[in-house]
Design a protein around this ligand. Sequence first.
Ligand code: NAD
Length: 498
Amino acid sequence: MATGTQTFRNYIGGEWVDAASGETFESTSPADGETIGVFPRSAAEDVDRAVEAAKAAFEEWRLVPAPKRGEILFDLARVLEREKPALTDLMTREMGKVRSEAGGDVQEAIDITYYMAGEGRRLFGQTTPSELRDKWNMSVRMPIGVVGAITPWNFPIAIPSWKLIPALVCGNTVVLKPATDTPLLAERFVELMVEAGIPAGVVNIVHGGGGTVGERLVRHPDVPVITLTGSRETGVAVLQSAAENLKHVHLELGGKNAIIVMDDADLDLAVEGIVWSAFGTSGQRCTAASRVIAHEAIYDALQSRLVAAAERLRLGPGWEEDTDVGPVINQAAVEKIHAYTKIGSGEGARLLTGGEIASDGELAKGFFYRPTIFGDVDPQMRIAQEEIFGPTTALIRVGDFDEAIRVSNGIRYGLSSSIFTRDVNKAFRAMRDLQAGITYVNAGTIGAEVHLPFGGTKATGNGHREAGQAALDVFTEWKSIYVDYSGRLQKAQIDVAG
Ligand code: NAD
């Protein structure tokens, strides 16, 4: 696989094909504008073909024994391990994140694939006694059908894998629509699935925009499950479009995550955790720490250490070994992040560092933004309420623990949360009272592991979870089965006498 002006295709029903219209778009590197590849700009008719192929393949795939499906996924995990260095390198170019983080993204895919492959020999249901004699009761997980998977660009391999792998082990087939900013990584992922032995039609990929390919997938009557990771606004639109067909819709949306630093915290550890959580992946993580809630007793000390640490970070292309912070994804992202800097200053927050587009030397070729910290931020300011999705964080001063919890919870989102404290009582109260799908104690807001449920409360989603056993609930339906071996008609709730 070479990159550059090479043209890539959709994968539908076991064949690599162009968009029916023949139209294309380019993927370029956010670090230097290099062309990564040319991809089909698909439309509704391409989606329809992919859904038809996936629907036909479902009839066979659902009957493949789950342990066998798991074995194919074990093979895929080994292929992904082999390809980890190449995928990592490609990710630093196409998406922009630094090499160590790109390796972590690929590792997440490897981890979920091994984990879910094992699920092929579990997929447990339940057996339970009947209220009647000579009757057997059980519940089993059933695959649902064609899954439409719509993914963002910030975890270009990990997020598709978190959706496709559990969907497949459960016996569903998939049509993947990846983000247009990272099509090659998704394409490579599908290529490797084919190499591992996933049969034709079971996995399909259709490249193109959200308003065309995504929208058609969401509205298609033969796609009963939609799994989307993206912004809150996209989630609302998808939920509305899917309502007509009463689809299962799984949404993983935005965040406005906070790290609380109490007066008894290990400040050096807290600074490390904040820098990693606020500026890792250039702040483009749904779990990024875009707020820091600091107890007034340590606020000044924390602020000065944090600013010094942020100013030591080196910007550059992800593939250079000494880069700490890579580019943001595109021009629109730079503009949005910079607009929030102006909003923050306009609202009266104090710009402590950063706040500008970085364009010196080679950086001018890409989309770089300086790590930005605002101080004296009021919890109600827009920079403390809205998802910026860039390397910007807001320092908020609080007087005590209860206020810290209130401020942390005082947003529409509920994805990740964190507290740095040495007080075990405060840690446990925070674990109980923070309104978020994830809480870390003495760690930043990022660092999820694949065998635990991942997702958020409130406007971060609609109550489902990705990864872990919870993912199986998205991709299966429960069927309850009653087997009566009494040889007579027994009526539940009516023939109650033993
Ligand atoms: P986005 O919402 O712009 O796009 C996500 C995907 O949805 C893309 O593939 C896009 O083409 C598609 N899409 C857009 N409009 C659509 C429509 N009307 N119908 C169907 N599909 C449509 O998000 P993005 O910019 O790619 O990613 C950033 C967002 O994703 C942030 O809000 C971030 O917090 C969120 N995110 C959430 C999680 C999580 O697990 N909660 C993880 C990563 C990213």
